[in-house]
Ligand binder design. Structure first.
Ligand code: ZN
Length: 243
């Protein structure tokens, strides 16, 4: 294990996922981990699930994946609920069965993986402030946790004086083995940091660096798919603004 690519929050955006996987392929990584939310918002849930299934050695359950596999009606705002109702129709029985087996938390050597937070992982709490990170750190047994869920790259650092949150810039972020980190890898299919390019990250376990990557993709094509599927227009428009 030396270079691991992390993808998260694909949200049925096949155009973004294909470009990200091409980019990852050129980076010489050993493994790809998916931190959840393959489905929701976008128009190609089944296609995205197949790609994740074949390319990722670890895949976690996200809150949108969870809503698809739960029994009973999906209730909520149309921009959230409609694509999930659509996904239930698009996914095969075998794909639903595969989703149902996904774990909420995975531990791999010195890494912990979770979609949202280690504090009540099943409730998918957002980590956007110091207090959210503190609650999470109470459950973190290893130096590093990798998360998604907010669709915005973020790094939370815990040292003796407390917790600091930083928004990463470009380039590789150097990790200090004496500290503890929560690293939000950003979103492949629906970035919300005002930068529309697809986002993913690479951990180098020998150099101890994490680098966020931004990949251009055909946003217009992803928007057209959403329109053709009859899903809410807001979901198409936000792809271009990156929010
Ligand atoms: Zn998400």
């Amino acid at each position: 294990m030396s270079r691991i690519a992390f993808i998260s929050d694909i949200h049925a955006n096949i155009d973004a996922l294909e470009e990200v996987l091409k980019d990852i392929d050129a980076q010489g990584v050993n493994e790809i981990f998916c931190l959840g939310d393959i489905v929701g918002y976008g128009a190609a849930p089944a296609e995205c699930l197949e790609l994740v299934k074949t390319h990722c050695s670890v895949t976690l359950l996200g809150n949108h994946d969870q809503m698809v596999i739960e029994r009973g009606p999906i209730i909520g705002l149309p921009r959230v609920a409609d694509p999930l109702i659509y996904a239930r129709k698009q996914l095969s029985q075998a794909q639903i069965k595969w989703l149902k087996k996904l774990p909420l938390v995975v531990e791999r050597e010195s890494l912990m993986l979770v979609h949202a937070s280690l504090h009540e992982p099943e409730n998918f709490h957002y980590i956007t402030a110091d207090d959210d990170a503190r609650l999470h750190f109470e459950h973190q047994k290893s130096p590093f946790t990798f998360i998604g869920h907010t669709h915005s790259p973020l790094i939370a650092i815990q040292d003796e004086s407390g917790v600091t949150l930083e928004t990463p810039g470009v380039g590789a972020f150097k990790l200090d083995p004496g500290l503890r980190y929560i690293i939000n890898v950003g979103s492949v299919g629906q970035p919300r940091d005002n930068y529309p390019r697809a986002c993913y990250g690479i951990l180098d376990t020998e150099r101890l660096t994490f680098a966020w990557k931004r990949v251009p993709y055909d946003i217009k094509r992803a928007q057209d798919r959403i329109k053709e599927a009859g899903l809410p227009m807001q979901n198409a428009l936000r792809l271009a603004s990156g929010y």
